[in-house]
Design a protein around this ligand. Structure first.
Ligand code: BES
Ligand code: MG
Ligand code: ZN
Length: 489
């Protein structure tokens, strides 16, 4: 998809659809009024008839007669200007695509009433809105026709536009890549295939490199957690380590770690059938890491980033790990297995220990870790916890900038009692209460003193009910926040 800046009146440009962005309680943009005059007041009549006042997400759609430059005019409500933020900008863009995408190759957007600081997130929304996962349909399955998006504004300079558009384009390609990985079914996207994707990302950029460990190397290295989780599966596990080094030497060095369970059956503590469905998405954290690393290769920020993924299935084979087993993580801590379905944290114990060994100054992990986080926050918010207030704040701010919803939960030390083991250093599950928090407290055992933030993305990674702004399946949630966070470090 191509982004273009237009300095002329949007009505003077050839396109299939024009979208006018309208704040609630403000006059229609000048070019919309001009079109209305040409249409003999047809547009304003329709506005009155449908009671359109610019409320968020409300639209008016008018087909124009043959002698117009455009076939369709859409008025899209943005809500009250004082309530308009990045989240609204991202969603409005997705709605604009939903209203025009099936019938338009070229869409023009009148951006004259919107502040230019929303341009990037708006373009990301347009690009993400056109995402479709059609590759497993024998028909090919593509419905969206948009190829070019023209943004009309006299207030935006060509330089500003090209920087923002280039970023938006790199980021949305990475979001789409991340969504593909999650949408791929688990018989196709196995741990070894995930590792191959990581290798091919690294081959695509001179700033990226990649190291992959196989089952035997994982065992020899002392990764007893990842090994244990993988025992029940005939698909071999992989430990993936992607590195990004900037073109100019930098002393900043951070790690991003993503849970890579390519299918979570629950293991011997088997999930009921209904909860097992969709568990191909249990590698969404890994998909964020791979998507982010791919974006870094293109955006080349001035920071060293390590992307780390423990990848395995969680299955019930004859050698599967069991409740009561005690396993030893890479940092030497022993873990008593209480429930094999709390496998993500067991695999992550090694990945976090590995990140500490790399000598990074910050660790951010993303994981579809707990149903409890969804119970607490609902499907739309990720839960954020960490051992460092400033780092937690900067992750939350980065999320807010790009319109991804994240909410802090307290890493309450009193709950440590819940995961104290009588036979090992720690057990992998506590009682029912505060399940998202005890999961994070478990992870804290493996980050040593390094400033660390854990993002539980179990809710927002995958939607089973499409809305205007998130289509069915993987959302790519997290990529835009983490890329933004790294660009700002
Ligand atoms: N992958 C799940 C968490 C999950 C649940 C993600 C629903 C997305 C949607 C995780 O491995 C798991 O099974 N967690 C258990 C932990 C429990 C056994 C302490 C859970 O949340 O029930
Ligand atoms: Mg599980
Ligand atoms: Zn899981």
């Amino acid at each position: 998809m191509e982004f273009l800046l237009i300095k002329r009146d949007v009505a003077d440009v050839e396109s299939d659809s024009i979208v006018f962005l309208c704040y609630e309680g403000q006059r229609l943009p000048a070019s919309a009024r001009k079109i209305d005059r040409k249409l003999g007041g047809f547009l304003s009549d329709k506005v009155k008839l449908s009671d359109f006042k610019g409320g968020f997400g409300k639209t008016v759609l008018v087909d124009t007669p043959g002698d117009f430059n455009t076939k369709t005019v859409v008025l899209l409500g943005l809500g009250k200007k004082e309530n308009f933020g990045s989240l609204e900008a991202f969603r409005a863009a997705n709605i604009a695509v939903a209203r025009t995408g099936q019938r338009s190759r070229i869409v023009s957007v009148d951006f004259s009433s919107v502040d230019r600081s929303f341009l990037k997130v708006f373009l990301e929304g347009m690009a993400c809105g056109t995402y479709e996962y059609g590759k497993l349909k024998s028909s090919g399955g593509k419905k969206n026709r948009i190829e070019r998006i023209c943004v009309a504004s006299r207030k935006i300079s060509a330089d500003y536009f090209s920087t923002e558009a280039a970023h938006a384009s790199a980021i949305s390609k990475s979001v789409a890549f991340s969504r593909d990985l999650v949408n791929d079914p688990p018989n196709i996207l196995t741990p070894s295939v995930l590792a191959e994707h990581a290798l091919s990302i690294s081959e695509g950029s001179e700033h990226l490199s990649c190291r992959v460990l196989d089952r035997e190397e994982i065992r020899q290295m002392g990764m007893g957690g990842l090994s244990a989780v993988s025992f029940g599966s005939s698909e071999p596990p992989r430990f993936i380590h992607l590195s990004y080094s900037p073109p100019v030497k930098s002393r900043k060095k951070v790690a991003i770690v993503g849970k890579g369970i390519t299918f979570d059956s629950g293991g011997l503590c088997l999930k009921p059938a209904d909860s097992m469905r969709t568990m191909k998405m249990d590698m969404s954290g890994a998909a964020v890491v791979l998507g982010t690393m791919k974006a870094l290769g293109e955006l080349t920020p001035n920071i060293n980033v390590h992307g780390i993924v423990p990848a395995t299935e969680n299955m019930t084979g004859a050698s599967a790990y069991k409740p009561d087993d005690v396993v030893t993580a890479l940092n030497g801590k022993t873990i008593e297995i209480i429930n094999t379905d709390a496998e993500g944290r067991v695999a992550l114990s090694d990945a976090l220990s590995y990140a500490v060994r790399l000598g990074v100054s910050e660790i951010v992990d993303l994981a579809t870790l707990t149903g409890a986080c969804i119970v607490g926050l609902g499907l739309h918010n990720a839960g954020v916890m960490g051992n460092n207030t400033n780092l937690v704040k900067s992750v939350l701010n980065s999320a807010n900038d790009v319109g991804e919803k994240m909410w802090e939960l307290p890493l309450d030390a009193e709950l440590k009692e819940e995961i104290r083991s009588r036979v090992a250093d720690v057990k992998n599950v506590g009682s029912r209460w505060g399940g998202a928090i005890t999961a994070a407290l478990f992870l804290e055992n493996f980050v040593s003193e390094v400033p660390w933030v854990h993002i539980d993305i179990a809710g927002p990674s995958y939607v089973e009910k499409s809305s205007d702004w998130y289509q069915y399946g993987a959302t790519g949630f997290g990529v835009r926040t983490i890329v933004n966070y790294l660009m700002k470090r």
